[in-house]
Ligand binder design. Structure first.
Ligand SMILES: O=P(O)(O)OC[C@H]1O[C@H](OP(=O)(O)OP(=O)(O)O)[C@H](O)[C@@H]1O
Ligand code: HPA
Length: 185
């Protein structure tokens, strides 16, 4: 499918900025501090959830100055759509997670099916403990289970379709240096 770049540019021009770069960087630094307090002595295995987790993971890692191993998993359920479908695993963890403390980092906890599936997988593989960190938690009552929360959350956002800082609109604007809400959604 060909992409209309004029549309992609227009989406950014019309979007509402919910958080600017400084607000997000401050939230990431606070998350890094909390994660360090909790995990500094646990030799964790840290997984970025590709693709959306790319930006937050890279930035968060520089606030985690203790021994850890960093790697990635790739799971997707939105595939350029505005609503989620079935979770598809593209890359599962390549190293053994048995007995390890695992930290999963993603851009967003929306309905939470993605994180839940990755948590279940890590537990089935014998992880000693599984913690989660997300840049944003979307406020609504459609969570995969009541009260679902990440262990570390950067920012809360209203119930709109958002992009920037790893989050995409039709595969674009993961590189936007703020968190933006799509006009009309
Ligand atoms: O909480 P949920 O409702 O499950 O949604 C959150 C997931 O959706 C997005 O991934 P997506 O499937 O769009 O793939 P992407 O990371 O490649 O954008 C996002 O990066 C999270 O992984
Ligand atoms: O609001 C969103 N924006 C981009 N990707 C997403 N994946 C789940 N929710 C969202």
């Amino acid at each position: 499918m060909s992409v209309d770049l004029d549309h992609i540019r227009q989406v950014m021009e019309e979007a509402d900025c919910l958080y600017n770069e400084q607000q997000i960087e401050d939230a990431i630094a606070t998350m890094g501090h909390s994660i360090t307090e909790k995990l500094a002595d646990s030799n964790p295995l840290v997984f970025c959830v590709m693709n959306g987790g790319l930006v937050i993971t890279g930035k968060l890692l520089t606030h985690m100055q203790f021994p850890l191993e960093a790697s990635y998993v790739h799971a997707t359920r939105y595939r350029d759509q505005l609503t989620g479908g079935r979770l598809e695993w593209k890359v599962r963890p390549s190293q053994s997670i048995k007995g390890r403390t695992v930290l999963i980092i993603d851009d967003i906890l929306d309905e939470g099916h993605t994180l839940d599936a990755i948590i279940d997988f890590c537990k089935e593989e014998g992880a000693a403990s599984v913690l989660t960190a997300v840049l944003v938690d979307k406020k609504h009552d459609r969570k995969a289970r009541p009260g679902l929360k990440a262990d570390f959350t950067g920012l809360e956002i209203e119930d709109r379709y958002i992009f920037g800082y790893g989050l995409d609109y039709q595969g674009y604007w993961r590189n936007a240096n703020g968190i933006y809400a799509l006009k009309g959604h």
